[in-house]
Design a protein around this ligand. Structure first.
Ligand SMILES: [Zn+2]
Length: 256
């Protein structure tokens, strides 16, 4: 199976009999029993990603914590900006915006929050991070992203007809998140770049449907599974960084 390194979030292949696994990227010694299972069975053609950038979600969380505990926000701004810079350099633009950072810290709210009880939408220049949300919205469009809204979803579970419908500009990033859809997991148009960094997008229909001008990036351990897992139109294309695409019609991995 494939488990997640507790230290850096990298996908690691382990045998059923393994009790410990040393991370090939950060060398952390993981107790297998304590790790999160990314895939119950390692696909036969799976290759570990050649390199691994420690999970973006963790960096974003750490940065958000820094903001919350900061007395002098201005003093820490360069630290946060450099964290963002590192992520941009890694090809993933992450919003270091947490709704919880709007409270006592005095920072303005950078976007709406979501409890998962009704469909969510963002637009304008919102920069939104949704974390630990559980939403069950069968047959509905759970999340609508328009204009320049930049959306990051961390450690959440979304069950819907369509998980995310996104148009306009800037990124949608998923980390450690499961989307389970009856129609389409994520539908993209315009200049929306989707980054799936861990987690699963699963659909009875197409997992990810991408039109427009920008790529879909699937990083190591992240899985798109559907019938088919990915459809691209116009200039959309796949950047495969060790992701897993599973076609449920054929049981084959890797195809679109
Ligand atoms: Zn590691």
């Amino acid at each position: 199976m494939i488990v997640e390194c507790e230290n850096c979030g990298a996908p690691l292949h382990v045998e059923v009999s393994d009790r410990m696994v040393a991370c090939r990227y950060c060398q952390y010694a993981n107790k297998v029993a304590g790790t999160r299972t990314l895939m119950a069975q390692t696909p036969c053609n799976w290759q570990p990603p050649p390199t691994w950038t420690p999970v973006q979600a963790q960096v974003a969380r750490d940065a958000a914590k820094t903001v919350k505990s900061a007395v002098g926000i201005a003093l820490l701004a360069p630290v946060i900006l450099s964290a963002i810079g590192m992520l941009v350099a890694g090809g993933v633009v992450f919003a270091v915006a947490s709704n919880s950072s709007s409270g006592s810290s005095g920072l303005p709210s950078l976007g709406p929050s979501w409890d998962g009880s009704a469909p969510f939408s963002c637009g304008g220049n919102d920069s939104v991070t949704l974390e630990n949300v559980v939403a069950s919205l069968p047959a509905q469009v759970a999340i609508t992203v328009r204009e320049n809204c930049e959306l990051t979803i961390i450690n959440s579970t979304i069950v819907a007809g369509v998980g995310i419908e996104a148009g306009g500009n800037r990124d949608v990033a998923l980390s450690g998140t499961t989307i389970q859809a009856s129609e389409v997991g994520v539908r993209l148009d315009g200049n929306k770049h989707l980054v799936v960094a861990g987690g699963v997008v699963r659909s009875s229909g197409t997992a990810v449907e991408a039109g427009g001008n920008v790529p879909v990036t699937v990083q190591g351990g992240a899985t798109l599974t559907g019938s088919p897992p990915l459809v691209t139109r116009a200039n959309a294309h796949l950047i495969d960084q060790g992701g897993i695409l599973l076609d449920e019609r054929t049981g084959l991995t890797g195809g679109k």
